[in-house]
Design a protein around this ligand. Structure first.
Ligand code: E4P
Length: 214
């Protein structure tokens, strides 16, 4: 499974990328706003660090506006993927962008049927928002399983990005379901490293090693 980092924070991206764990990055307007500074320069800085796909969200809600934004962002770097909201105007833009060779990530997807439509329309990536579904009492991971089945049944080339990840179990369940990608907040990736038995075990080994004649 590929790991994308779900952040626009340059320090986090550099840190985890240097560890070889970052296959791509996803951003959204909220994540960009959190960092402050110029949108374009943040995205260009991310693209200078990460070799893999970097998702940048279009904020227009009409097809023409989405197309224009996508064409602009695609010029910023070779690895730009344009995030398109799952609305009719966004879906209409998907085949046009595919034919122009611009990669897309359909975002704000909350059902398998929405993902099916986006895949049929030629999206490169589709992002089901798991945590936000869990928040309202739906089992978010269920739609990842459904989307995987649909993708397999019809051999769609679209890659599934499990998004809105809130904790380590979301990543574990994504991997068990064979999701293509999980886009992970840096705080969750940090927690995935932790196990008290690892810390205790290392402490014990190092203490015992002190007693060994070298
Ligand atoms: C990624 O593509 C999404 O924008 C992000 O995962 C949303 O996460 P949130 O629900 O925690 O805002």
């Amino acid at each position: 499974m590929k790991f994308f980092l779900d952040t626009a924070n340059l320090a986090d991206i550099k840190y985890w990328n240097d560890m070889g764990l970052v296959d791509g990055v996803t951003t959204n307007p909220s994540l960009i706003a959190k960092e402050g500074g110029s949108f374009k320069s943040i995205i260009r800085d991310i693209c200078a660090i990460v070799e893999g796909p970097v998702s940048v969200e279009a904020t227009s809600v009409d097809t023409q506006g989405i197309l224009e934004e996508a064409r602009t962002y695609a010029q910023w770097s070779d690895n730009i993927v344009v995030k398109v909201p799952f609305i009719k105007e966004g879906v209409s833009a998907l085949p046009v962008l595919r034919d122009e060779g611009i990669h897309t990530n359909t975002t704000l997807v909350f059902s398998a049927n929405q993902a099916l439509i986006a895949m049929k329309a030629g999206t490169s990536y589709v992002s089901p928002f798991i945590g936000r579904l869990d928040d309202i009492g739906h089992y978010g991971m269920e739609i990842v399983s459904e989307i995987n089945d649909i993708k397999r049944n019809y051999s769609f080339k679209t890659e599934v990005i499990v998004a809105s990840i809130r904790h380590s179990l979301h990543v574990l369940e994504s991997a068990r379901l064979g999701a293509d990608i999980a886009t992970i907040p840096a705080s969750v990736l940090e927690k995935m490293f932790k196990h008290p038995l690892t810390d205790n075990g290392l402490e014990r080994f190092l203490a015992d090693w002190e007693a060994v004649e070298k």
